[in-house]
Design a protein around this ligand. Sequence first.
Ligand code: 0L1
Ligand code: MG
Length: 267
Amino acid sequence: MTDAITTRPPATGQSGIAAQVAARLERARTTCTAIPPASDDLPGLDLATGYEVQRLHRAQAGPLVGWKLGVTSRAKQMQVGVHEPIRGFLATEHVLDIGEPLQTRQHIQPRCEPEIVLIMGSDLAGPHVSASDVLAATAAVAVGIEVLDSRYQDYRFTMPDVVADNASASRFVIGTPVPVAGIDLRLVGVVLEHRGEVFGTASGAASLGHPAAAVAWLVRSLALEGEGLRAGEIILSGGLTAAVPVGPGDVVVATIDRLGSLELACQ
Ligand code: 0L1
Ligand code: MG
């Protein structure tokens, strides 16, 4: 597993590819129809162009509420065949309230995964930010469930594809925040249940060794684009188990030691 930061500005001439991919993904989302990965016929789609597509989507999205890490655990890397962390943005349309059901028919192929969520207490930016810096800037932590919904058929994608698709971000819900002081986020146990059965287990260390280390990677990655985290932002630090596919009638429960339990019902 590497946590190298590989983003850089897109090469000149890539903006046409970015616009094409953004339009395809937007159509897939509005028609609720999966598409083949863009890299199948656009080999010029590199990682920098993937992040350019993400910026195009962000410009059309509602107000930013936070960020997500993707593919930070070995379980997730094995599931989707991508072997470096990625990031995506979270906007108001991604938010589910506690107790609000997931309307699966509004999604293409939804999957749920458990997350340790950090709520920032102060701004944080810079190319050398460490996990300790992240913890010092964190106001609280919470259990979260992220709903992924890849716009690509069967979740088949390359790293630039999935970055362009905003790291499959679709919805998320978070539990009641608790103070982080005194909690070793590496050691907290994680259980994901689906239809009353255990689907996956993990500990906080599954996300790049420490959820705060994953968030430090995010901050350093954002610094390459002159951005950073703002106080109040919500950070999904990375799915800890593989993600479970969900459909109408399913109930998913994520339990994280010291952070609590969170249930998501699917309609
Ligand atoms: O949040 C994640 O780890 C997901 C990143 C994209 C890969 C996927 O769709 O599972
Ligand atoms: Mg996730």
